[in-house]
Design a protein around this ligand. Structure first.
Ligand code: NDP
Length: 256
């Protein structure tokens, strides 16, 4: 008897928030390479068109839907429309997120609100909207993109750290409420990866020097190195994994 491909995503539909670039787009490409039909989200149709073209150049057709993840009714409407017009969402990757850096004493209320609405409220909005459909089907996968910063403190990013800590605990809470209905909710905690979000840090030689000394693998992560973990959590290979946070960080979170 042939061994089933535990990592196949053939016939599955995946919605990736913040799929227009960086980690989201790379995870979307990885899910597509394993057979999933992906739907990219971001705020701008133009950016999404470019992201779809990039996937098409790699041989993958993708759909795209522009909405702001912080707008709960826009999220809910988009999810309903996808379910109605395209079919069931089997996998949600809650990836959209941003970072703001400033000494805590100077942190503005506007930046605080933006961080909380994007990094934590939106995770709840998208998960709830998708779960309402998944619960009726008795299956579905939700992957919340968290961060090693959910457990490690670094200067000038305390509010970001707080949002990612909340994502970590919300992931456990979602699993607690929804696993008995067949859903699997897990998280992925990246370390430091070279994306637009980290542009300034990547260009900062002193920071890279600190990072390489501090990380057992002694380098920045490459976004492609998150794909294996994402495919594992999205596929049958992780069928009894629930409420788990999978860290992909070159070892930085276990090193003093
Ligand atoms: P990027 O800045 O490269 O990409 C962020 C993505 O989020 C873009 O696609 C952007 O789309 C989207 N986005 C932001 N705000 C919204 C919004 N309100 N509505 C819809 N989409 C939105 O970041 P990364 O790829 O680096 O980060 C992705 C995730 O990974 C984030 O959650 C981040 O916290 C997390 N992470 C990243 C790490 C890293 O080292 N890079 C480390 C740990 C965690 P657009 O602007 O087109 O709307």
């Amino acid at each position: 008897m042939p061994t089933p491909d535990l990592f196949s995503l053939q016939g599955r539909r995946a919605l990736v928030t913040g799929g227009s670039r960086g980690i989201g787009l790379t995870i979307a490409r990885g899910l597509a390479a394993h057979g999933a039909r992906v739907i990219l989200n971001g705020r701008s149709s133009d950016t999404l068109d470019a992201a779809r073209a990039a996937l098409r150049a790699d041989g993958f057709e993708a759909d795209a839907v522009a909405f702001d993840v912080t707008d709960q009714s826009a999220v809910s409407d988009a999810v309903s429309r996808i379910e109605r017009e395209q079919g069931p969402i089997d996998i949600l990757v809650n990836n959209a997120g941003l970072q703001r850096r400033a000494p805590l004493e100077d942190f503005t209320r506007a930046d605080w609100d933006t961080l909380l609405s994007t990094n934590i409220s939106a995770v709840f909005f998208a998960a709830q909207a998708v779960a309402r459909h998944m619960l009726g089907r008795g299956r579905g996968k939700i992957i919340n993109i968290c961060s090693v910063q959910s457990e490690l403190a670094r200067p000038n990013i305390a509010p970001y750290t707080a949002t990612k800590g909340a994502v970590r605990n919300l992931t456990r809470g979602m699993a607690t409420d929804w696993a008995k209905h067949g859903l699997q909710i897990n998280g992925l905690a990246p370390g430091y990866f070279e994306t637009e979000m980290n542009d300034a840090l990547v260009r900062d030689a002193a920071f890279t020097d600190w990072l390489c000394k501090r990380t057992p693998a002694a380098r920045w992560g490459r976004v492609e190195e998150l794909v294996g973990a994402a495919v594992f959590l999205a596929s049958d290979a992780s069928s009894f994994v629930n409420g788990h946070m999978l860290t992909v960080d070159g070892g930085i979170s276990i090193s003093l």
